[in-house]
Ligand binder design. Structure first.
Ligand code: MOS
Length: 754
């Protein structure tokens, strides 16, 4: 089944925040944001801004009736700066005017006198000054210190990965509309409607029931709108509170890039020890996370780095420590993979370095150490599947031996073009690592004409979750998909939602929808049983008809629904689901945090033009552990998009802040994301389908984040191609591997004789 949004998307009819028809009297917001990264505010002068054309209100922190605070995990982030600014782009003054242009013109007239303070942009420097967001965390398995002596080979190194701009097509924004009795309705481009509701309530000092948040869909989120949509919602609500008028704020691209946080850059050290048979006996890693100026979601992201620090491998002795380092960058935040990819890049770097030094292929070490059923992750949970299932299938499905031979032959026959090939196995835990967030609710109504409407806490952001939820209702009731509609996500219909994140949205909200539908279905079967005077066990509903012992009866879906209504039987249900069996003990750093793991293996091949340093990915060939797939179109879309986004992070997307903490890559002219021309020529996807797990909806498996990590293989494929050209080159583990870096590495220590 196609994504249900595909029709309105191609016709330009899909509603995003900026498409919501404006209510009469709507005003527009803009902010004056800090031009410097760190400083003490001496004076805020809004007199000129107030006199500017069209201006209806200018607000500072003194106008906040509730708490001037938007920090979720830690209360360390003001909505509007009061005494200090701690990143360039931090909002200081909110300006509201009759048009967006007038609001922005007036914001330019704000004068803020800031006395500069020292700026830190480097996480290791922050750690050195003990500027930590939270105390460090350490995950341990076995005892690394005692096994180094048993290792035949020990290697140490460093691996750095850069941030990543979310670049959702729809920028951040919100639209607040006053309601009666001092309530406010907020339309928000958010992954977390409840987070926006809670934030508005906190800033205004309103009880949550006076704030209603509604989300139809997002033009992409990728984690960037998990927490960082809150500020814009709260700013609009603040202006609406004071002016009693609808207020809208839709950020321009450069405002969004400047003011919002990104994927966390990490700098990491590793030490890896192997025995003679290339089994990894010990692994130590120290992660320095560049958190930016405030906690945001950094502590949770840090935790997932530790959870995924051994990727798909079983290593009996592990010590991994992670520091969340406070710098003066915009607070970095959730981004597809949520710290997992950063951890995986480091272990893959350690394996690559060991392979370089031993003069073997990394895949030999990778394959020998894949985790097997019953083996333990450093956090105490045991693997329930074999990572080698996907690996072996990939080798067979894609004739790896031949691929490798073709690459070797190409490299022998060509001088100025070289190919590189790399394996990238993945293993990603599914569930929010904060156990309490693993809950969801669904509200299902059947109307008397037999049509169905479903509301959940899931936010549609292009990932197809609404399509899957619609499929659940259609399948359980056994009615045509066009009899089902999925509502916008609204905090008045579904309360206390977890954000649509952690790849778990379809699982959690889909399961809640299953429960709601099954409950109503059982009532309907009882109605049919009473009507037909047949035991309920003999009743089934298929293809919009009641069947009795497998034979179609006269009673169809519509008649049955009407009969239930006439008999005063409820056609509505509000159901709750919480993931069973998950737990985590923070004092021991052990537990069973994930409902299940998603595995997979990608084989990535690249061709490098060794004269220019440019490259093309020939193919990404994947075997992906999909469970029993619910929707082939949707899951393929998630895989293809994730792979290309991962390749972008690893090879071309380069965020650059100067030493003063100012974003230099602040527009699409200076920040390059993969386009259709840089996408791999071939993406082959093979889904390893099985239905043995029933912890996701309809025995499927989550698909949102895991495929991004296949992209990590792109870095290592490039590295292998570079070393095929110049055997002396040892490219640093420093992502992204941009064409400039490729070129430098190609000619590292090499005298080229042509
Ligand atoms: Mo997603 S990175 O879990 O918002």
């Amino acid at each position: 089944m196609r994504n249900i949004d595909s029709f309105t998307h191609v016709r330009g009819e899909s509603i995003y925040l900026d498409d919501i028809p404006l209510t009469e009297g709507t005003l527009f917001a803009a902010v004056y944001d800090s031009p410097i990264a760190h400083g003490k505010i001496i004076n805020i002068d809004i007199s000129e801004a107030k006199k500017s054309k069209g201006v209806r209100g200018v607000f500072t922190y003194t106008d906040i009736p509730g708490e001037n605070q938007i920090g979720g995990i830690i209360a360390d982030e003001e909505l509007l700066a009061s005494s200090h600014v701690h990143f360039a782009g931090m909002p200081i003054v909110l300006v509201v005017a009759a048009t967006p242009e007038e609001a922005r013109a007036a914001a330019k007239k704000v004068k803020v006198d800031i006395s500069p303070l020292q700026v830190i942009t480097d996480p290791r420097e922050a750690k050195g000054k003990n500027e930590l967001i939270v105390p460090p965390r350490t995950f341990r398995l076995g005892d690394t210190s005692s096994v180094w002596k048993d290792c035949e080979y020990v290697f140490e190194g460093k691996a750095d990965s850069n941030g990543q701009e979310h670049l959702y097509i729809e920028t951040q924004g919100a639209y607040a509309i006053p309601q009666e009795n001092n309530s406010i309705k907020v339309y928000s481009s958010t992954q977390g409607p409840t987070a926006v509701q809670r934030c508005c309530s906190r800033v205004l000092g309103y009880p949550m029931h006076r704030i209603e948040v509604d989300v139809t869909r997002l033009g992409g989120g990728f984690g960037g709108k998990e927490d960082q949509a809150n500020a814009w919602g709260a700013l609009c609500a603040l202006a609406t509170h004071h002016l009693k008028k609808p207020v809208k704020f839709s950020l321009h691209r450069m405002e969004d890039m400047r003011m919002t946080g990104k994927r966390h850059p990490y700098s990491s050290d590793f030490k890896i020890g192997l025995n003679k048979d290339l089994k990894i006996l010990a692994y130590e890693a120290t992660f320095y996370q560049n958190a930016g100026a405030a906690a945001d979601l950094s502590p949770a992201v840090l935790e997932r780095t530790l959870f995924h620090c051994t990727n798909s491998y079983f290593i009996p002795n592990v010590t991994a420590t992670a520091y969340s380092c406070r710098t003066h960058l915009p607070p970095n935040t959730a981004f597809r993979g949520f710290g997992g990819p950063q951890g995986m890049f480091v272990i893959e770097s350690a394996i690559a370095q060991a392979a370089d030094e031993l003069g073997i292929k990394a895949s030999v070490i990778q394959k020998k150490n894949l985790i097997a059923t019953g083996e333990e992750f450093p956090y105490g949970q045991k693997a329930k599947s074999e990572a080698s299932d996907c690996w072996n299938k990939a080798v067979e499905q894609y004739s790896f031996e031949k691929l490798q031979m073709d690459v070797d032959q190409f490299n022998r026959e060509n001088f100025l073009y070289k190919k590189g090939i790399a394996f990238m196995p993945i293993c990603f835990g599914i569930s929010f690592t904060k156990t309490l967030m693993n809950q969801a609710r669904s509200l299902v109504h059947i109307y008397t004409d037999g049509s169905v409407i479903v509301s959940t806490g899931a936010v549609e952001m292009g990932q197809g979750v609404n399509t899957k939820i619609l499929q659940v209702a259609s399948k359980i009731f056994s009615i045509s998909p066009d009899k089902v509609k999925v509502n916008s996500t609204n905090t008045s219909r579904i309360a206390n939602t977890s954000p649509s994140a952690a790849s778990a949205t379809a699982d959690l909200n889909g399961k809640a929808t299953m429960i709601a539908c099954e409950t109503i279905l059982n009532r309907l079967k009882q109605v049919a049983s009473d009507e037909l005077k047949i035991a309920i066990d003999a009743i089934s509903i298929q293809d919009e008809h009641v069947y009795v012992k497998g034979a179609r009866s006269e009673l169809d879906w519509k008649k049955l629904v009407m009969l239930a209504y006439v008999n005063r039987i409820s056609l509505s249900e509000h159901a709750h689901y919480s993931t069973p069996e998950i737990n985590f003990d923070l004092t021991k750093e052990k537990g069973h945090p994930f409902a299940y793991h998603v595995f997979g293996t990608a084989i990535i091949t690249v061709t490098v033009d060794c004269l220019r340093g440019i490259y093309e990915f020939d193919s990404v060939k994947v075997v992906h552990d999909s469970g029993s797939m619910m929707n082939d179109f949707v899951d393929r879309g998630q895989c293809e998009g994730g792979i290309i986004q991962g390749i972008g992070w690893m090879t071309m997307e380069e965020i650059i802040y100067d030493t003063e903490g100012k974003l230099k890559s602040n527009a699409l002219s200076t920040y390059k994301v993969p386009d259709v021309y840089s996408a791999p020529k071939i993406i082959d996807l093979h889904f390893l389908q099985n239905d043995k797990d029933n912890l996701a909806v309809m025995r499927s498996k989550a698909v949102g984040e895991p495929p991004l990590m296949y992209g990590i293989g792109a870095f290592f494929a490039l590295r292998n191609a570079i070393m095929a050209f110049n055997s002396k080159s040892r490219p640093k583990f420093s992502a992204p591997m941009t064409p400039e870096k490729v070129l430098m590495n190609l000619y590292e220590k090499k005298k080229v004789v042509v």
